[in-house]
Design a protein around this ligand. Structure first.
Ligand SMILES: Cc1cc2nc3c(=O)[nH]c(=O)nc-3n(C[C@H](O)[C@H](O)[C@H](O)COP(=O)(O)OP(=O)(O)OC[C@H]3O[C@@H](n4cnc5c(N)ncnc54)[C@H](O)[C@@H]3O)c2cc1C
Length: 242
């Protein structure tokens, strides 16, 4: 059968197991008191165990992109957007999901440009100006001052967002140990952070389905063992009397 058909059957199986599936990008994960808060769209999901399977890590494609990170360049408009309130920003959107973030920015910024890197753009907020070209270079010395396009035109902005591209794991989870752009895991698929597991392409090559599925299985088993261990942890005797 085709790969698409096989995927459909796997999805049917997962649904039959009553697994809740949320097709929303996880924007950021932060640890607080042994639990992780995951920013998913406008919601915060709290959990003690996470398996990261985000695929091949995003690699910066624009010259000096890494240099400008945090200096006018961001990868999450929902997280960093408020810094650019009443300012001009440009969004490079890699998927339809970026359109929601562009709308959010249009509410708070004085001007939003949207440069789609995909076809079939949806109905964008009328306040957003579409840029029909490819990005060539980020302008600015110490901070983002604008974007130069392939056609030589320049657009002056104070904020630049690259959205909808794959998330690099270290941006997703601060403190996660990365080796050569991939999440470092042991044979139990454990990362350096307690309760955080990783599987698939995000842990490194070979980028193959069999390897990803196998790692996913190991991560799944160990993550559930970890959850059980947490819920059966001994409680100190003084608390037991309460
Ligand atoms: C064109 C092509 C052909 C290939 N052919 C083969 C082949 O013949 N045989 C083979 O074995 N392998 C092949 N591969 C490789 C194989 O597809 C990968 O190894 C496998 O899909 C990796 O699985 P994964 O779950 O780790 O990542 P992916 O399948 O890449 O899935 C990662 C998912 O995570 C999502 N994601 C990323 N960040 C976030 C976030 N922050 N929040 C929410 N979701 C997020 C992504 O959108 C994506 O859906 C091929 C790959 C490509 C691109």
């Amino acid at each position: 059968m085709s790969g698409g058909k096989l995927l459909e059957l796997f999805m049917d199986h997962a649904r039959a197991m009553d697994i809740e599936i949320s097709n929303i990008k996880a924007e950021a994960i932060n640890e607080a008191d042994g639990t992780y808060n995951i920013l998913v769209g406008n919601d915060m999901v709290r959990t003690k165990t996470i398996i990261i399977a985000t695929g091949v890590p995003y690699r910066a494609t624009l010259p000096r992109e890494n240099f400008f990170l945090g200096k006018g360049l961001g990868y999450c408009a929902t997280c960093d957007g408020p810094i650019y309130r009443a300012k001009d920003v440009l969004i490079i959107g890699h998927s339809e999901e970026a359109e929601h973030e562009a709308k959010f920015m249009a509410e708070i910024c004085s001007k939003v440009y949207f440069l789609p890197m995909y076809e079939e753009i949806g109905d964008l907020d009328p306040r957003i100006e579409i840029v029909n070209d490819q990005p060539a270079a980020i302008m600015g010395k110490d901070f983002v001052e604008g974007l130069e396009l392939n056609n030589g035109q320049t657009i002056k902005v104070e904020g630049l967002f690259v959205l909808g591209a794959e998330t690099s794991p270290e941006r997703l989870v601060p403190g996660l140990e990365i080796v050569d752009k991939h999440i470092r895991v042991n044979r139990n698929q454990e990362s350096n952070l307690p309760g955080v597991y990783a599987a698939g392409d995000c842990t490194g090559p070979p980028y193959q389905i069999a390897k990803s599925v196998g790692e996913g299985q190991v991560a799944g088993l160990n993550a559930s063992k970890y959850s059980v261990l947490l819920s059966t942890q001994k409680i100190p005797i003084e608390n037991n009397n309460q």
